[in-house]
Ligand binder design. Structure first.
Ligand SMILES: NC(=O)c1ccc[n+]([C@@H]2O[C@H](COP(=O)([O-])OP(=O)(O)OC[C@H]3O[C@@H](n4cnc5c(N)ncnc54)[C@H](OP(=O)(O)O)[C@@H]3O)[C@@H](O)[C@H]2O)c1
Length: 258
């Protein structure tokens, strides 16, 4: 697809991967709109990149999504790209009896319901555009789970599956459906881990990740699996048990440490 002169909405664009996406897309002469829950973070992003358009909006709230849709249609009717990026991650311990059931599944609402609801809400508008895109940010952990973060991994597996189906459902429309599956990337999200947890992961910068993402979109590579994600995807076909053992190392260490 052409990567300039689009009007692009990025959920969770106030930090990390979303903010880097916004930066690089602004540099390519696109109109970029970002959302997030925290107004101070949005204001900070706007301070950094004055051309950014920001709206406070929570992807876990159907009312907020409906209201965002109305605002975007009114103020930015040329919107043709939706990037479902907002996400949260927790280390979840199924040994702990203290975990309450609602908080146990909060990642599902953000990481899975969020992109499904946003896509459903925006498809009628996107379909009317000459060239349109939905890009869902999944994860390497959707290909092979990290047992230390079981709910997060399940949401990303689910999102990969949803993205594949959505691509098929929309194949006769003007909407192209992309998936970006990042490997471990240096952002606030990985702060839930300690150093040893991520010792076997190659942490890349958000800058390098987004350079690959933009190249992938330009080339119509619908499943964008940069660097370590591509390697894991391949290895999972031939040595899934070995890979799972590797991914369980951080959990085993924590269980052994008890
Ligand atoms: N970093 C990694 O290693 C990695 C690897 C694979 C995939 N990913 C995926 O990449 C995406 C971006 O993560 P990141 O690493 O850039 O993390 P991040 O720096 O923590 O950014 C997350 C963004 O999402 C926003 N957000 C969270 N919950 C939201 C909600 N309910 N509604 C709207 N916005 C919300 C946050 O802003 P507010 O807090 O203000 O809402 C923030 O802007 C996520 O989907 C994540 O799962 C990350």
């Amino acid at each position: 697809m052409k990567m300039s002169e689009n009007t692009i909405l990025i959920t969770g664009g106030s930090s990390g991967i979303g903010l880097e996406f916004a930066k690089q897309l602004l540099e390519l002469n696109n109109t970029v709109i970002i959302t997030g829950r925290n107004q101070a973070k949005l204001d900070q992003a706007k301070k950094q990149y004055s051309k950014l358009i920001t709206y406070k909006s929570d992807v876990t709230s159907p009312d907020a999504i409906r209201s965002l849709y109305a605002t975007i249609l009114e103020n930015h009717p040329s919107l043709n790209v939706l990037i479902n990026n907002a996400g949260v991650m927790r280390v979840t311990n199924f040994y702990s009896p203290d975990e309450d059931l609602i908080s146990l599944t909060q990642e599902i609402t953000t990481n899975l319901n969020g992109p499904i609801w946003m896509s459903h809400q925006f498809i009628p508008h996107l379909k009317k555009q000459k060239e349109a895109v939905i890009l869902n940010v999944t994860s390497l952990l959707g290909i092979v789970p990290l047992p230390l973060a079981p709910v997060y991994s399940a949401t990303k597996s689910g999102l990969i599956s949803f993205t594949t189906s959505l691509r098929e459902q929309l194949k006769h429309t003007s909407i192209k459906v992309f998936e970006l599956a990042p490997q471990a990337t240096q952002t606030d999200l990985v702060d839930v881990f300690d150093k040893e947890d991520v010792a076997d992961f190659k942490l890349i910068t958000a800058e390098a990740l987004i350079q690959s993402a933009i190249k992938g979109m330009q080339n119509n590579t619908f499943e964008i699996r940069p660097e370590q994600t591509g390697q894991v995807y391949f290895l999972n076909k031939f040595a899934p048990k070995f890979l799972l053992k590797m991914m369980s190392k951080s959990l085993d260490r924590r269980l052994g440490a008890k």
